[in-house]
Design a protein around this ligand. Structure first.
Ligand SMILES: [Zn+2]
Length: 240
């Protein structure tokens, strides 16, 4: 009735009004249907005793127990464990896992390509460099209109032992922060290496021991010494 009355009063103007109103409803309908399609990551990414589980993709990231499908960010033992049915990780991480756990560390071992997506059901997964240790990656999960990045351990400082950290745009970032508190202020590695080299010059007759974690830190210190021009032999303790 309103439309008919309006048309009688001013037909041209009414047409414009209706088309604007129509567009408005179409836009609203589209936005409501989009929201209905999109499912928040908290409903399909779950943390349990084993680790972080992606329900629609049916995989775990860095699981601590044996699972069917494991995506592993890097080779440190608090992220990479043996005994899974299928493991997806960078070739370097798989090599580290084999060195630590043996060639049979998983039934199926899949080396991913950085930046290239792999699909698990309706879930797309892409690995990106994390700059933490050799082979370390962040994992981008794309599902239901959301982009979730699981950083694993990462570092943004210079480290010649691995490709640098890449910023990956996302809606949700799941991150680790071992040294995330402001109380941790690590000096630049060049300063520390400079102090070590000075000590070597002042006390050339003395043995200098450097304590460093075996996987990652150790190789980084060796390369930092080489970058600073130290060319003499560096010996590793047997425990390495
Ligand atoms: Zn680590």
């Amino acid at each position: 009735v309103l439309k008919r009355l309006a048309v009688r009063k001013n037909p041209q103007r009414t047409n414009i009004k209706w088309s604007i109103l129509g567009t408005h409803y179409v836009v609203r309908a589209l936005s409501i249907s989009w929201k209905l399609c999109v499912v928040h990551p908290s409903t399909w990414l779950k943390a349990d005793d084993t680790g972080l589980y992606c329900e629609p993709g049916e995989f775990y990231i860095d699981p601590m127990n044996e699972v069917v499908t494991a995506l592993v960010t890097h080779g440190h033992a608090d992220h990479a464990r043996a005994g899974h049915h299928s493991v997806y990780a960078s070739a370097e991480t798989l090599a580290i896992m084999k060195t630590r756990y043996g060639d049979e560390m998983a039934t199926h071992q899949h080396a991913i390509t950085l930046g290239k997506s792999v699909t698990f059901n309706d879930v797309a997964v892409t690995f990106f460099p994390a700059g933490h240790i050799l082979g370390s990656t962040q994992i981008l999960i794309e599902y239901s209109g959301y982009r979730v990045v699981v950083s694993g351990d990462y570092k943004r400082r210079h480290d010649p032992t691995c490709p640098p950290f890449e910023v990956v745009p996302c809606d949700v970032l799941i991150t680790e922060a071992t040294f995330g508190l402001p109380v941790f202020k690590h000096p630049p590695i060049e300063h520390e290496i400079g102090k070590l080299l000075l000590s070597l010059r002042v006390f050339p007759e003395r043995c200098h021991l450097v304590g460093a974690y075996a996987l990652g830190k150790c190789q980084r210190v060796i390369l930092a010494l080489r970058e600073a021009g130290y060319e003499k032999p560096i010996y590793l303790h047997g425990a390495q």
